[in-house]
Ligand binder design. Structure first.
Ligand code: BGC
Ligand code: BGC
Length: 759
């Protein structure tokens, strides 16, 4: 540290993203760290590239950071990744169940193994640091990150935090990157799971006692196990942003808890502190943040921070404390030793690792209903396997899988993985039975002895997953219809429900003879068959050992009914889970949801065939609306024909899309220009109206789709915090446009602000 200049010290405190920082930038801006964001590819540009692409990326940054050049002290960069359920951003890796499923296992020894495998696969991809484990204690199941928590209770979380840190980091003082260990990051400090209304990045309005009893224990477990880093939370506690909370970051964490590692920020979270921007925020460093995560504005933050040290806004002692902490972690982790044996080892998705994940899948299953002892599936049975999620590793893996949201993944994205269907088929055939896969429960051939229906939520991450009702699939009861049709045909049904949270599924449970909560199992789908299918002699192959780590709701409005609360009255209590020895018969459950489902929808405005509640379509001026074919559906689209100035508006309740805008979400529209020129159209949200010439640019008569970032509307004056018209199209005489789909989209690829193409 004595040899380091102020610029070199400040550099250590700044982390940019590999999508924005180039290795050569480190010569002028000697940053201490880079991260790969959920959607950031390696430098090769190939997001589905092999581990060697990521190693090459790591090497390129590391090489510049270690260069010997005048005025520079060679200090290795630390490369962080969201290895949150395995090395889950890298093609070919072993994907573990998300934390909600792991919580149900009640198996800290297996957690430690999962940590060790995750570390080995991450180190073998060039990463030094996993942004894991998440030790949040989610109190409201509407939260889009509920699945990242092990439990609604702190006990499991504390024990697991310690086990996961031991697994990732190994033995304090001994294990290093050279033997396949990486730094852990317990996150998000503090009470990210306690926010009011289950709103992501929201405010935990809770007394200090709750903060300590419910939300702190995970940190105590993780720090005692030697956690090298802690990530601060986007959220606030009683109105104060955690990134600005000196009493928590410095007083509690570094003082009372004796944390000696460093505190990293979350994605531009410092920019949300009043008075700060992404590129300027002395307040966060003064509060005790040691390293800011500033994916794009790292140059500005660097320059401003240097200035603020020089003018005394940030004391030099604070900088020295932060840098000392960061360097200590780098030393302990072995980063100063150039040897990287793990970068030459075959570690990704190897059989031994997949076996650990498969065991975790089997242990995480929770049996909620087994009327008549339908499970296990008897030897020689003829089984129909169906449901949207039966043969889809992407859907069974959820968010934070190969991309931030985990959406759009296909079978080809998961070499070596096994779907739930593939696992069932192999196990059933081994006992002399037969298994048939059918897309939507369609019956062909002889009547099966039973049907397994695999269905559930589609992937989401962070605020994109926030919902306002716990009702499963409000307004779209496809799985229920399939179950009912099978029942009507006299076929016993087993539901395997994949979800990131406990949801109200009473109608689906009623339509099932057996019901298994399987959460988000990841890449090793055979783990499901290991428990569901009996051995050839008829005895269970493995029993259910999963017990709920979250209480299961009795109705769609029971958002936050957690063990230990007054009026605790769930459908299935914390700790519930049948085993094969139980012969409990579950009677019919109430099918009254107790909450208007239309409240749920802030993101989907128009889908083929209909405007989705609570939204309605209106128009003003010289425009006519009629139904036309589109979106793969007869009469699936609406055609807007302008004969003079006019507008078409989708409107509804006042919603808040601030977080969606900050997170670069877009308004996606599937459209077809039918006549005239897009130059005569404007696309708007709320008060903003943008020229649409470059938006609807596909040739006349062709269906196409376009994404406009919400931030474009925000810059043009839309009030994202209070929006009641998420879609406004205005036009003038002679232009006709059809729309088949209008909704928010979290994939930033190909999203662009409209250019003024009027001339
Ligand atoms: C998330 C963190 C994550 C980080 C880097 C943030 O948006 O809240 O959990 O580690 O991004 O991807
Ligand atoms: C990051 C997330 C982040 C999101 C917001 C993703 O690429 O991985 O952590 O919150 O972008 O834009």
């Amino acid at each position: 540290m004595d040899q380091m200049s102020l610029r070199e010290k400040v550099g250590q405190m700044i982390q940019g993203s590999i999508a924005s920082v180039k290795p050569e930038d480190l010569r002028e801006y000697p940053l201490g760290s880079v991260l790969g964001g959920g959607n950031d590819p390696p430098l090769s540009g190939n997001d589905r590239g092999p581990a060697s692409d990521w190693i090459a990326t790591a090497d390129a940054f590391r090489a510049v950071s270690l260069e010997r050049r005048p005025g520079h002290v060679p200090i290795p960069i630390i490369f962080g990744m969201d290895s949150v359920h395995g090395n889950s951003n890298v093609f070919g890796a072993t994907i573990f169940p998300h934390n909600i499923g792991l919580g149900a296992m009640r198996d800290p020894a297996l957690i430690e193994k999962i940590g060790a495998v995750t570390a080995a696969e991450s180190a073998a991809s060039g990463f030094d640091w996993a942004f894991a484990p998440t030790v949040t204690v989610p109190q409201d199941d509407r939260w889009g990150r509920a699945y990242e928590g092990y439990s609604e209770r702190p006990e499991i979380t504390r024990e697991y935090a310690a086990a996961m840190v031991r697994g990732l980091q190994g033995t304090p003082g001994e294990s290093r990157i050279q033997d396949g260990h990486v730094a852990a990051s317990i996150k998000h400090f503090l009470a990210d799971g306690g926010t009011f209304g289950g709103i992501d990045q929201g405010d935990a309005r809770i007394p200090e006692q709750t903060l300590i009893k419910t939300h702190l224990p995970g940190y105590i477990g993780g720090i005692d196990a030697g956690a090298m880093t802690v990530m601060a939370s986007f959220s606030s506690w009683n109105g104060v942003k955690n990134h600005a909370n000196k009493s928590l970051l410095t007083g509690v964490l570094k003082g009372a808890l004796g944390f000696e590692g460093f505190v990293v920020g979350d994605w531009n979270a410092h920019g949300q502190i009043p008075g700060c921007t992404n590129g300027d925020c002395a307040a966060t460093f003064n509060a005790g943040l040691d390293m800011a995560m500033v994916p794009e504005d790292w140059k500005a933050l660097f320059d401003n921070t240097v200035k603020e040290v020089k003018n005394g806004t940030i004391p030099m002692a604070r900088i020295d404390d932060a840098v000392r902490r960061i360097l200590r972690v780098k030393f302990k982790l072995g980063l100063f030793d150039p040897a990287r044996p793990f970068e030459h080892k075959e570690e990704l998705g190897i059989a031994a690792h997949r076996a650990v994940a498969r065991q975790a899948v089997a242990e995480s299953l929770v049996l909620l209903k087994n009327n008549g002892g339908l499970l296990p599936i008897r030897p020689g049975a003829h089984v129909l396997v169906t449901g949207s999620h039966a043969d889809d590793v992407g859907l069974q893996s959820g968010g934070w899988t190969l991309s931030w949201q985990g959406t759009g993944n296909t079978a080809a994205d998961f070499p070596g993985a096994t779907s739930i269907w593939a696992g069932l088929k192999a196990a059933i055939e081994k006992t002399g039975g037969t298994a048939t896969l059918s897309a939507h429960g369609k019956l062909t051939g002889p009547k099966p002895d039973l049907a397994v229906v695999v269905f559930g939520e589609t992937p989401y991450a962070e605020m994109v997953g926030d919902i306002s009702t716990l009702e499963f699939q409000p307004g779209d009861k496809q799985a229920l219809a399939e179950l009912k049709a099978l029942k009507a045909a006299g076929i016993p049904t087993v539901s395997v429900f994949l979800s990131g949270r406990a949801l109200w599924v009473n109608p689906e449970i009623n339509a099932s003879d057996a019901f298994v909560a399987a959460f988000l199992p990841g890449s090793e789908g055979e783990g499901v068959a290991d428990v569901l299918v009996a051995r050839a002699d008829g005895t269970p192959n493995a029993d259910f050992r999963g017990k709920l780590s979250f209480s299961w709701p009795k109705n769609a409005a029971q958002f936050a009914n957690n063990l230990g609360q007054k009026n605790y009255d769930p459908l299935f209590a914390y700790g519930y889970g049948l085993s094969y020895a139980d012969h409990t018969r579950l009677g019919p459950l109430s099918e009254v949801a107790g909450l208007d489902a239309s409240l749920a929808n802030v993101a989907k405005y128009y889908k083929p065939g209909r405007v989705l509640p609570p939204w309605t379509l209106g128009h003003a001026g010289a425009v006519t609306i009629r139904n036309v074919d589109g979106g793969g559906t007869q009469e699936g689209a609406r055609q807007f024909a302008f004969t003079g100035p006019g507008s078409v508006t989708i409107s509804g309740p006042v919603i808040d899309l601030t977080r969606q805008s900050n997170a670069q979400l877009s308004l996606r529209i599937a459209y077809r220009m039918d006549a005239g020129s897009a130059r005569d159209l404007h696309l708007g949200m709320g008060a903003a109206s943008l020229p649409a010439a470059t938006v609807f640019s596909a040739p006349v008569g062709e269906w196409s789709s376009v994404k406009v970032p919400l931030s474009c509307f925000e810059k043009a004056g839309a009030k994202m915090g209070a929006l009641s018209r998420p879609f406004v199209l205005s036009g003038s005489a002679g232009v006709t446009l059809s729309v088949a789909d209008a909704e928010l989209d979290a994939d930033p690829n190909y999203a662009m602000c409209p250019k003024d193409g009027a001339q």
